[in-house]
Structures are given as structure tokens and as C-alpha cells.
Design a protein around this ligand. Structure first.
Ligand code: ZN
Length: 182
């Protein structure tokens, strides 16, 4: 998908986080991570099993009836959201009608939210089905919703990004959480 080509310097934090390093003396990620999923575990199921009191730390934006909305911890762009069924299902054909409908309804609602809260100008929406298609979590399907802005691939210098990004996830979560609940 085209968002694979986006320049996303904060994915450096993903690398640094995995190696327990810091960026420029700051923690690689400012968010508290109370109980990160064990290696190889499904992070969506792990976050859903957590107490809802940890939802902000886990970037869980909403627990709907059949689905969950999570801010991607390693985004391709600011406000990159994941919409997934709560059930651990890998194939589209495994989703029942209610799960499908709620996922699609949320995608519609979230594009409007990102337009309103972040002034998003366009979107990439898609699924990576199966590891061969680039799914980082092949067992639990999830839609990616990536907001786009004119010039978003090249406007931010690397130096600025390394200072902005430790706060970017928390800030994005709080803005979206507030705007969605208004
Ligand atoms: Zn799962």
C-alpha cells in the first residue's frame, strides 16, 4: 500500500524501544507501558485483556461492542489508527456480519474524526492479510486508517522529529479521545 512509502522517522523509536535505548537523552517513548505483551503475543488481545484503566497507556481509544480502536504505537503518520474485531480472527471470512458492519461504521466515523480533530486531507485505509502481505500481526486482522496531509512525506526535518515524537502519541491520543467524546 502507498503508506508503506511514507517517511516515518518516529519508527526509529520502535527500534530504540526494542533495544531499550533512548533517543537524544529522552526516553524513546514517553508512554508508560504497564504490562507489555510478551514477545510473540497478540498485542490487541493483550490490551483487551488489560483493565480499562490502562487504556490510555495502551493507546486503546475505544472499546466498542464487537470491535476495538487503537492508536498505532509505531505509526506511519500522526493519528494512524487500527480498527479490529475484539475476537482474535485472522481471515475476513471469519468475521460475522455485526463485526464487519461495526468495523466499517467505525472507519467512516474515524475519518470524520480525523478530519475534524487533525484537519486530515486524505486517507489510506487498508488491510494487510497474511504475513506475506506485510501483516505485522497476522493472526488478528485489523484495518489501518492512516491520515494524510499535503507534503506529509517530506516537510518535517529529522532533528525536529526526534524532539517532537516522544510526546506525539500521548498528544494524538488525548486530542482524539477528547474530540470523539465531545
Ligand atoms: Zn488477538
Amino acid at each position: 500500500m502507498s503508506y508503506d512509502r511514507l517517511w516515518a522517522p518516529w519508527r526509529l523509536a520502535y527500534i530504540a524501544d526494542k533495544e531499550q535505548k533512548t533517543i537524544g537523552g529522552e526516553p524513546a517513548l514517553a508512554l508508560r507501558t504497564p504490562r507489555q505483551p510478551p514477545p510473540g503475543a497478540c498485542f490487541l488481545c493483550h490490551y483487551l485483556a488489560e483493565d480499562a484503566a490502562f487504556d490510555r497507556d495502551n493507546l486503546v481509544l475505544r472499546r466498542a461492542d464487537r470491535t476495538v480502536v487503537v492508536l498505532n504505537r509505531y505509526p506511519y503518520n500522526n493519528g494512524h489508527l487500527l480498527v479490529a474485531p475484539k475476537a482474535h480472527k485472522a481471515a475476513l471470512g471469519d468475521l460475522d456480519h455485526d463485526e464487519l458492519l461495526e468495523c466499517q461504521t467505525l472507519l467512516v466515523e474515524l475519518t470524520a474524526l480525523l478530519e475534524r480533530a487533525f484537519k486530515a486531507q486524505g486517507f489510506n485505509i487498508g488491510l494487510n492479510l497474511g504475513a506475506i502481505a506485510g501483516a505485522g500481526l497476522p493472526g488478528h486482522l485489523h484495518w489501518h486508517l492512516v491520515p494524510r496531509w499535503s507534503g506529509d512525506t517530506n516537510f518535517m526535518p529529522v532533528v525536529a522529529a526526534t524532539h517532537i515524537l516522544p510526546q506525539a502519541l500521548e498528544a494524538a491520543y488525548d486530542i482524539l479521545h477528547t474530540a470523539w467524546n465531545e
